[in-house]
Design a protein around this ligand. Structure first.
Ligand SMILES: C[S@@+](CC[C@H](N)C(=O)[O-])C[C@H]1O[C@@H](n2cnc3c(N)ncnc32)[C@H](O)[C@@H]1O
Length: 291
């Protein structure tokens, strides 16, 4: 890892540790809390059952939780305090599995604290948290072609090596597996002074990709099919930050991409789809999981 990458990891770790321990959980802008729009009803109902501390320390910017994941193995990159992990735990059910990876001990401690309680509540135990970098999932013990669905909520923008992240995701997914993630995108290439600014970085603005950059990385790492599921303008709600970003406009988008191939079929071979498309894509399927 280069010095620059290490520096960015440290800045981001510090930012989220301070949020977890000192600041009572409030981010400086509305960027990472713009996820309330567009959350599917089934996800909302599960969130209502989660412990307050997990919901309070949720810093997602979208809803990267697709429908049709019964029995799937799901990996959450940058799981934070585990909100999405526990939602997915219920959705995949007792035959599925969820692994949350994060580099921050403080966030993981909160997530881990509720593991037993949630297993009792759901009636099964299918959650594991691992400390690690999303750029190096092998070191976190995530094997080749071992995962059906990779999700991530407002994290990839924080990575100093996004090309490595997308290649790692491709490595760990089974053929035909699905990447479904929400993130902040910029309407242009973000200049260096914004890119490394600790506040802007921590608030998920500094490291955001433009779509041009994103498409190049996806092509270079072997992804073929990519769909923007939803896109919303990101509220900032902080005058100091508005000044610093100097006119850049940001959106919070949810993207679905499929790893070429057909090895993964945890739900009728057409799985991890947006809620609004789920019944159409499974129409005519006789499989019980498609209800
Ligand atoms: C904006 S928070 C989102 C957390 C969680 N996904 C949620 O929705 O609440 C970003 C999280 O990504 C983690 N993170 C950032 N960069 C990372 C990296 N390179 N490797 C692992 N985790 C990372 C941070 O520690 C933090 O928990």
């Amino acid at each position: 890892m280069s010095n620059r990458e290490q520096e960015i990891h440290e800045k981001v770790k510090r930012y989220y540790s301070e949020l977890t321990n000192l600041k009572g959980g409030e981010l400086a802008s509305a960027v990472c809390s713009c996820a309330s729009a567009g959350i599917p009803e089934p996800v909302k109902r599960i969130v209502a059952e989660l412990p307050d501390e997990i919901v309070m320390r949720y810093y997602g910017c979208g809803s990267p939780i697709p429908d049709r994941m019964e029995g799937c193995t799901v990996l959450d990159l940058g799981c934070g305090t585990g909100r999405d992990v526990y939602v997915v735990s219920k959705l995949v059910g007792e035959n599925g599995r969820v692994i949350g990876v994060d580099m921050n001990d403080d966030q993981l401690a909160v997530a881990e604290k509720y593991r037993e309680e949630m297993a009792q509540k759901w009636g099964f135990s299918n959650v594991t948290f691992k400390k690690g970098f999303i750029e190096d999932l092998a070191s976190a013990g995530i094997g080749d072609a071992s995962v059906d669905v990779v999700i991530s909520n407002c994290v990839i923008n924080l990575s100093p090596d996004k090309k490595r992240v997308f290649s790692e995701i491709r490595r760990v997914l089974k053929d035909g597996g699905v990447l479904y993630f929400s993130d902040i995108f910029a309407d242009r290439k973000v200049p260096d002074e914004i890119n490394t600014h600790p506040l802007l970085l921590g608030e998920c603005l500094g490291g955001s990709m433009s779509y041009d950059e994103f498409r190049v990385i996806m092509e270079e790492t072997g992804w073929e099919e990519l769909t923007v599921v939803s896109s919303h303008e990101t509220p900032i709600d902080n005058a100091e930050i508005e000044k610093l970003i100097n006119g850049i406009r940001y959106t919070s988008d949810t993207v679905r991409a499929v790893k070429p191939g057909s090895g993964s079929s945890c739900c009728c071979g057409s799985f991890a789809v947006p809620y609004e498309q789920a019944s159409a894509c499974c129409a005519g399927a006789s499989d019980a999981c498609c209800g």
